[in-house]
Ligand binder design. Structure first.
Ligand code: ZN
Length: 339
């Protein structure tokens, strides 16, 4: 058996048991942060259900290989149209009802080359209301040889009726040490960099792996961090301009703004850790000197209260509050630095 997903022993062993007992559910909901391994696990399950080897998923039979290279006719991924396509100038913000209808039509036909049809809905929180309702009908009337796997980073945006029709599997972030080990063994990353990336990854292996191969990821982080440091020392006008810019970006694509807020959270958490003498536990290990210098200008109460503000802002954005207002309030909450 070759499960590609790293860690996630609880979810994997549950699926293995269901496969063994032939009690695989007809719908799963995989919940976890971005890049934690949801798609990898969904594809593992698709392979296991269609594998031609003796110990599914074998990873080497024609069926497993086709699924790995996204060429298997019975395994389909439904996601945002235009996602990841540079030619598409304005990606759609929702998974629409037409996509779900098309999927339903395809689900009504027997498997073409494998033994089980698998439909993976990537970003299920992005289903439009209509699409979710339409999907619900399918989930309520299971048919044989078809399974649906919904992937989501935020299940609270899904209708409870949809969630209740799925078997829920939670994929928690991995331990930093686990990620470090994979980077060392798989990526051939030198150990200091592996350690650093493992910390920055927040337990999301996919992120760490993409960062090893793509210096753009770290470059982007450095730029965002520069901006953060600039904003901390800026006047009100500049902070508001920054809030407006983030809010506009949020309207286009939520993900980068959430990432920026996570970066803010890391930064202030690091200040807190330094303040209480836990320097070795900080995330931004490459910035220790700057952080130590900054930490001297704040007291613990200020840092803690601003961390609360960042968390509150993230929560309000997830609940669809007015992004500009939320971000402006956050900018106003940045504590005054003493000397
Ligand atoms: Zn196989």
């Amino acid at each position: 058996m070759v499960w590609e997903v790293v860690g996630q022993t609880k979810a994997v062993s549950l699926l293995q048991q269901s496969l063994k007992r032939e009690t695989v559910a007809h719908a799963y909901l995989l919940v976890g942060p971005p890049h934690v391994g949801k798609m990898t696990l969904a594809l593992d399950l698709a392979k296991a259900l269609n594998c031609e080897g003796t110990e599914p998923p074998c990873g080497v039979c024609p069926s497993c290989q086709k699924i790995a290279s996204a060429k298997h006719a019975d395994v389909q991924i439904i996601g945002l149209p235009g996602d990841g396509n540079a030619a598409e100038t304005k990606p759609q913000a929702e998974i629409g009802i037409d996509q779900i209808r098309q999927m339903q039509h395809s689900a009504s036909l027997p498997p073409f080359e494998g033994s089980c049809k698998v439909f993976i809905i990537d970003g299920a929180e992005l289903l439009s209301n209509e699409a979710a309702n339409c999907l619900l009908k399918t989930l309520e009337e299971p048919v044989g040889k078809v399974i649906f796997i919904l992937l989501t980073i935020n299940e609270r945006l899904l209708p409870a009726t949809v969630i209740s029709r799925c078997q829920r599997l939670e994929l928690p972030p991995l331990a930093a040490a686990e990620i470090e080990a994979v980077l060392n063994s798989r990526g051939g990353v030198e150990s200091e960099k592996a350690r650093f990336l493992a910390r920055l990854s927040h337990g999301c292996l996919g992120w760490a792996l993409s960062a090893t191969g793509d210096s753009g990821v770290l470059q982007q982080r450095a730029e965002r961090m520069d901006r953060l440091l600039g904003v901390i020392d800026a006047d009100c006008e500049e902070r508001f301009a920054y809030a407006a810019q983030l809010a506009a970006q949020f309207g286009q694509n939520r993900r980068p703004v959430q990432e920026v807020l996570d970066l803010w959270l890391d930064y202030w958490r690091d200040l807190l850790l330094i303040k209480i003498g836990c320097d070795e536990a900080i995330t931004n290990a490459d910035m220790l000197a700057t952080l130590a210098e900054q930490a001297r200008g704040y007291d613990l109460v200020q840092i803690r209260s601003f961390i609360d503000s960042i968390q509150a802002a993230g929560e309000q954005l997830r609940q669809n509050a007015n992004p500009r207002l939320v971000l402006e309030v956050l900018m106003l909450s940045i504590p005054e630095r003493g000397e």
